[in-house]
Design a protein around this ligand. Structure first.
Ligand code: NAD
Length: 468
């Protein structure tokens, strides 16, 4: 099928690249000229394992192209994905200006009477499917004024384009986005029109029946034979995305709350997590106590759900607590450093890892940045090292006056404490003897419970984890 993906960020670029891998003809559109230039040169603007290999695969066959021209790409497409950002506004509501601009642009672009499916992959508030439909209609009205006596989007006048809007929420995780896209737990399609569902079922057929050959960069999980398809109405699909993220964020806040109590009563939260995680009703994932959740989605989606609740005079009490526990979890790290070092002013603290999780360069709502900011405010000297995210950090946060180290050793030199904020593999296997020897005082705050407390203590560290 001819596919157009608008927005080449973490979601759009991975979606477009994987659809091209599955055999579709894909044009990825973005209005950022630097991104498009980089992509046309075969370079990914984001760090995502396996992505550049698949980009190369798609581009070399001519199945994957990049463009700034929304109009031509929309005209040629049977399926159009909207995958632009929906960042949070200060009020907690998502900023829908990019979705709005794209939806109007789609409506205005088309000059024939074909039917196209517009798929919303951006995470948008409940009801946005209908809103997008309205905006496309507005866009069309500019380019194709209605003849007298005709009206609705789905009952087109002759020669008018026809758009069917669907919601197809995205569940990929940065760092494992290729595998999550090619081997998802489920595909959700929300639509009011059965024709839209059947088009998307066709588009996703190779994924649903897992009939494609898995790429070398992302082998098929053992035993995976098919993917469940969940078809719903528009509002339910939009709600599924928010509910999934809210549940996962709550699970993390839950285990962090347990961790804080474990510290008081002398229990070990990693053992507690194992003990409860083996219960299949609970499951063992998202039960790692630590610095709390971050990233581009959890905070924004939980806040959006709270504000949607308020629009309907409903207080989302569990979600408010989820946010509050997460906020305190970051504060707790500062308190732990204070307990160990007493005065932070004038001390040198080394931060191991900036990205909100390993295997990504994404710094949006990264706990490490919050901790760094607070330490700087308190008069500490902050050094940092991250294997991938440092150049993004320099560009995006020029105000953070941190010293950037080239490697772990350079970071550790002269530090009064190290804080492990991102569990990169490199940190889990670092040479503790060398690190210990370079530090001024051997305080190690393992904010991800990524290291063995016993090993760290044996190497002479004053080790602090979370809830253990
Ligand atoms: N990042 C994730 O892990 C993830 C996971 C699931 C869902 N989502 C959702 O997917 C959506 C996209 O997220 P992302 O992380 O990929 O965002 P992103 O910020 O990385 O990318 C968005 C892209 O859209 C482009 N863009 C903005 N306006 C445009 C326009 N008018 N025309 C063309 N391009 C335009 C931007 O230049 C940018 O490249 C969001 O709604 C997000 O909540 C993200």
């Amino acid at each position: 099928m001819n596919v157009c993906v608008i927005g080449t960020g973490y979601v759009g670029l991975v979606t477009g690249t994987c659809l091209a891998y599955l055999g579709h003809e894909v044009v990825c559109v973005d209005n950022d000229p630097q991104k498009i230039a980089r992509l046309e040169a075969g370079k990914s603007p984001i760090y995502e394992p396996g992505l550049e290999a698949l980009l190369e695969h798609g581009m070399s066959r001519g199945a994957l192209t990049f463009s700034m021209g929304l109009t031509e790409a929309v005209r040629a497409a049977e399926v159009i994905f909207i995958a632009v950002g929906t960042p949070p506004l200060p009020s907690g509501e998502p900023d829908l200006q990019y979705v709005e601009a794209v939806a109007r642009g789609i409506g205005a672009a088309v000059d024939d009477a074909r039917t196209r499916v517009v798929v919303n992959k951006s995470t948008v508030p409940i009801g946005s499917g209908n809103w997008v439909e309205m905006l496309i209609e507005d866009g069309m009205t500019v380019s194709h004024p209605l003849p007298a006596g005709t009206g609705a989007l789905k009952a087109p006048a002759p020669q008018r384009p026809r758009f069917l809007v669907a919601s197809n929420p995205e569940f990929l995780r940065e760092g494992s986005a290729i595998g999550d896209t090619l081997f998802p737990d489920r595909i959700v399609i929300g639509a009011t029109d059965s024709e839209a569902v059947s088009t998307l079922r066709g588009l996703y057929a190779p994924l649903l029946d897992q009939s494609f050959e898995a790429p070398r960069v992302s082998p098929r999980p053992e035993g995976m034979r098919s993917v469940p398809l969940v078809t719903t109405d528009l509002a339910s699909a939009e709600m599924i995305k928010y509910a999934a993220n809210a549940f996962l964020a709550t699970k993390i806040s839950f285990i962090n709350e347990m961790a804080n109590l474990c510290e008081k009563v002398g229990a070990d939260v990693t053992q507690v997590a194992k003990g409860i995680g083996l219960d299949t009703r609970i499951g063992n994932r998202f039960l790692n106590a630590g610095a709390g959740w971050g990233g581009s989605c959890f905070g924004k989606d939980v806040s959006a759900l709270i504000s949607i609740g308020r629009e309907y005079q409903y207080e989302m009490e569990i979600l408010r607590a989820t946010v509050s526990v997460n906020h305190h979890q970051r504060q707790r790290l500062i308190q732990k450093l204070q307990e160990a070092l007493k005065i932070l002013k004038g001390k040198t603290i080394g931060i191991l890892g900036l990205a909100f999780k390993p295997d990504t360069d994404d710094l949006r709502d990264a706990p490490a940045l919050d901790v760094a900011q607070q330490l700087l405010k308190m008069g500490a000297r902050v050094k940092t090292y991250d294997p991938i995210a440092m150049s993004h950090c320099r560009q995006q946060h020029p105000d953070l006056e941190m010293v950037y180290a080239e490697n772990i050793e350079e970071l550790a030199a002269g530090c009064d404490a190290l804080v492990l904020m991102t569990e990169w593999e490199e940190f889990k296997t670092m040479d503790l003897t060398i690190v210990r020897g370079l530090m001024r005082t051997p305080v190690l705050l393992d904010a991800r419970n990524a290291l063995s407390p016993m090993a760290c203590q044996n190497y002479g560290f004053h080790y602090m984890g979370v809830g253990r």
